[in-house]
Design a protein around this ligand. Structure first.
Ligand code: CUK
Ligand code: CUA
Ligand code: CA
Length: 639
């Protein structure tokens, strides 16, 4: 592998004279396990061709002042813990939605409303999100919710797309590291499928390090999307990485890279094949309905066992051997295939979904009979996306390329026909993980734009010190040839994104006063006898002081209130402005308190009045010519 010749951009693209291949030294690291990969030319670059391409690209992605983008993009914020909203093709960042993090501007993680949503997990200030997915009806985005996983603290969050705020967070019990997340597509998103990556002992009470024991396992999890409660869990062999669901509502599938259940790197690469595990959702539902389930380690969630016993399959699962440490799992938008991306094998494996009924009815001698093609694409295939015209686009992490290939031709080649299923290889900069084509997860896949999320940006942007941004590249796939049109720096580390047509997302312009987002606060005010839209009052309840006020540009309803040192103060503000875009804020200086109050929203925050003295509070969102003057004072009297 190490002698494979990779064409590199000219010196202008390689200002520090480092080739990307020597830069990562990947040949040396993975050469042994990747032997047998094909080497295909990637095209060559000249200064002129880059300049010409750049000019053409500019005209494609230019969204002029005042014009709107065609697509919403929702980007995972990786281990930064948030979701970012981008416009595509301009790649302009429109909004950030805090989820598994603390956000100073909106007060997420600080306000009572957000802490209520964070629940038990409010104690965690970190998160690691990977996979944002939009709810569907009949295999098309319905624009209602976006779901995202938190690998770091084993959570799944839901974002309401009408207000672009997180409204539910669930910690999945008895597992570690929720990684893969996908939604049921058909008939609608009843379940969020979220798989846990790491094998742990059960009960995990400190009694053992032993992962080979039969009581050490991980689970595939289904969450009721509407209630955001656990629906069921399935014990599996090996571990689980990424998942997807089919277009019949019957099957979901996950990749497993650690069939070895190994503790060490070498061990996890020991087997030539790991597997894709397929879940039969109706059979699991039927077993649970019939009461044939167990509960695990003090949780009430129904659990079924999807492991093999003495080599015999359970009724719930089938294990399809695929090479080697597979990573991404992607359903083609025609509903025909699950595609497992080989990672340590240069191949992807195409599983025919219409053979899964027969697989579950034990009509095949070898479970690999459901595999209809295993095309060789290049080094380090991680994720595949689709244009709806029969082509697939797979990221090659090690080759730093996206390869476009044709699915039907790959199937013909697998049958022995001489056909070159590879259409094009395009260099990306550098080391791509996920890629995502517009509407690819739905039957609407429209083959217009492809976003490629590169893990390394190296020389593509002005240097920012030892920590580099990632590079989210936009590729035009509307023609026969893929064309790179934009480099977009992104902070830690998007992993994945999703694109929806702008007409598929419908947002509210201002808050509805009956919104459940702040219903608890409204209920508490009611108990205090407060009319939130009109009252400016201080309620004293022992050591607790509840301050209610309105806000209307450029003034708070209360500009002075007095508390005693040691009081726990809750400030509740209702923004009675009805004008779109007039958001106010509330910051109590030197108290760590900050929040957003958008038009018709009620927000509240609680802090300790521990310092005697006069303390100013001010509006933090620029709302009016007299925004600086939108202030008030809290007097804290000595105890
Ligand atoms: S994973 Cu990061 S590149 Cu978490 Cu979807 Cu594949
Ligand atoms: Cu209100 Cu600034
Ligand atoms: Ca393995």
């Amino acid at each position: 592998m190490s002698d494979k010749k990779i064409p590199t951009p000219d010196a202008a693209q390689e200002p520090r004279g480092v080739s990307r291949r020597t830069f990562l030294g990947t040949g040396a690291v993975t050469g042994a396990v990747l032997a047998g990969a094909t080497a295909l030319g990637a095209g060559t670059f000249t200064r002129e061709s880059w300049a010409a391409a750049a000019k053409e690209a500019k005209s494609k992605i230019h969204v002029g002042p005042g014009e709107l983008d065609e697509y919403y993009g929702f980007w995972s914020g990786g281990h930064q813990g948030e979701v970012r909203v981008l416009g595509v093709p301009s790649m302009r960042e429109l909004m950030r939605i805090p989820v598994f993090n603390v956000d100073s501007a909106t007060g997420w993680g600080l306000t009572n409303e957000s802490k209520h949503i964070l629940g038990d997990s409010a104690k965690y200030k970190n998160g690691d999100c990977h996979h944002p997915h939009i709810s569907m009806t009949d295999g098309k985005y319905d624009g209602k919710y976006l779901f995202i996983n938190d690998k770091a603290n084993s959570r799944v969050a839901r974002i309401r797309l009408d207000i672009m705020k997180c409204d539910k967070i669930l910690t999945v019990p008895n597992v570690q590291a929720i990684h893969g997340l996908r939604l049921q597509k058909v008939p609608y998103t009843k379940y969020v499928f979220a798989n846990a990556e790491f094998v742990i002992p059960h009960p995990n009470d400190g009694h053992t390090f032993d992962l080979q024991d039969k009581n050490s396992f991980t689970m595939f999890n289904a969450i009721d999307a509407e209630k955001m409660e656990m629906a069921f869990q399935v014990i599996v062999d090996g571990n689980l990485d990424n998942s997807d669901a089919d277009y019949t509502g019957k099957y979901a599938a996950s990749t497993c890279y650690n069939s070895e259940k190994a503790y060490d790197l070498g061990g996890m690469m020991r087997n030539e094949r790991d597997w894709v595990v397929v879940f039969n959702i109706p059979r699991i539902e039927a077993a649970i309905k019939a009461g044939k389930f167990i509960n695990l380690d003090g949780s009430k969630v129904p659990v079924v066992d999807g492991r093999k016993v003495d080599g015999k399959d359970s009724e719930f699962t089938r294990y399809i051997p695929v090479p080697k440490n597979p990573h991404g799992l992607n359903t083609s938008p025609d509903g025909k295939y699950f595609i497992a991306n080989g990672k340590l094998s240069p191949t992807v494996s195409m599983i025919a979904i219409d053979r899964l009924d027969d697989l579950f009815n034990d009509r095949y001698k070898d479970p690999r009979e459901v595999i209809v093609a295993e095309p060789e694409l290049g080094l380090g295939p991680l994720h595949t996306t689709f244009d709806g015209r029969g082509n697939a686009y797979t990221t090659l992490f090690i080759d730093s390329q996206v390869v476009k290939w044709n699915m039907d031709e790959a199937i013909r080649a697998y049958k022995g026909e001489k056909v070159n299923y590879i259409k094009q290889k395009l260099d990306v900069q550098y080391q791509p993980g996920h890629n995502h084509a517009s509407l690819t997860e739905t039957s609407d896949a429209d083959g217009k734009w492809l976003v490629v999320l590169c893990k390394f940006s190296k020389d593509r942007f002005l240097p920012t010190g030892p920590l580099h941004p990632e590079n989210d590249q936009l590729i035009d796939i509307s023609g026969d040839e893929m064309k790179l049109v934009h480099d977009g720096p992104a902070f830690a580390e998007p992993h994945d994104c999703i694109l929806a047509r702008r007409d598929q997302i419908k947002t509210q312009k201002i808050w509805n006063r009956n919104d459940p987002f702040f219903a608890d606060t409204v209920a508490r005010a009611k108990k205090d006898g407060i009319n939130l839209e009109t009252d400016n009052k201080v309620i004293r309840d022992g050591n607790k002081v509840r301050v209610y006020m309105t806000s209307m540009a450029p003034a708070y309803g209360l500009t002075e209130f007095t508390v005693k040192q040691g009081n726990e103060v809750t400030v509740t503000i209702t923004n009675i402005d009805q004008i779109e875009d007039v958001s106010h804020g509330f910051v109590m200086t030197n108290h760590g308190a900050s929040m957003e109050i958008s038009p018709q929203q009620t927000s509240s925050i609680t802090f300790m009045a521990d310092k005697p003295g006069l303390h100013w509070y001010y509006c933090s969102w620029f709302c009016h010519a007299l925004h600086m003057e939108m202030v008030g004072r809290m007097l804290v009297e000595k105890a």
